[in-house]
Design a protein around this ligand. Structure first.
Ligand SMILES: [Cu+2]
Length: 164
């Protein structure tokens, strides 16, 4: 079990996913070894995409942005990178489940759970809260956007100012 848990390489990026009733908050923690990125952590909230927001956000394509899965701000990560995912909750127990990445980790208030994954191709992937957490349990999706490393650096640099 210990061998299964250990990541294959040192994680290059740590993202904290916090469950709230009923949305997710993401916080990017710069790698300690990477002085250039150490400036500031980026954090933002990710809400389910409402029907009214589809046209304004350019997310009208329901094949790419499906009902009950699409979000306003995706969690963005670079392809081919070992990502440490840490998860907790600010209220009740949620669970961060992203089947295409083999990720399912409980988000428990007062605890930090840790997992890792490595996306191997670019694209958009979806997951859902997998712990019954109240009225809108069904509607707090997880949207993951996997981009090239170069796109990711640009996104991260812009995110600090754009998303706050
Ligand atoms: Cu939940």
């Amino acid at each position: 079990l210990t061998a299964q848990y250990n990541p294959p390489r040192e994680p290059e990026l740590t993202v904290k996913a916090t469950g709230y009733q009923w949305y997710w908050g993401y916080e990017y923690q710069p790698a300690q070894t990477d002085a250039a990125n150490a400036a500031e952590a980026v954090s933002f909230e990710s809400y389910p995409l409402s029907e009214e927001d589809r046209p304004g956000s350019g997310k009208e394509d329901k094949a790419l942005y499906p009902r009950l899965l699409a979000v306003d701000n995706e969690m963005v990560v670079p392809v081919g990178t070992v990502i440490r995912l840490i998860s907790t909750s600010a209220d009740v127990i949620h669970s961060f489940a992203l089947p295409s990445m083999g990720v399912k980790v409980d988000a428990v208030p007062g605890r930090i759970n840790e997992y890792w994954f490595e996306p191997l191709k670019e694209g958009i992937f979806y997951g859902q809260c997998s712990e019954l957490c109240g009225q809108s349990h069904y509607n707090m999706p997880i949207g993951l956007r996997v981009v090239s490393k170069e796109q990711f650096s640009r996104w991260l640099a812009a995110a600090g100012s754009d998303l706050e």
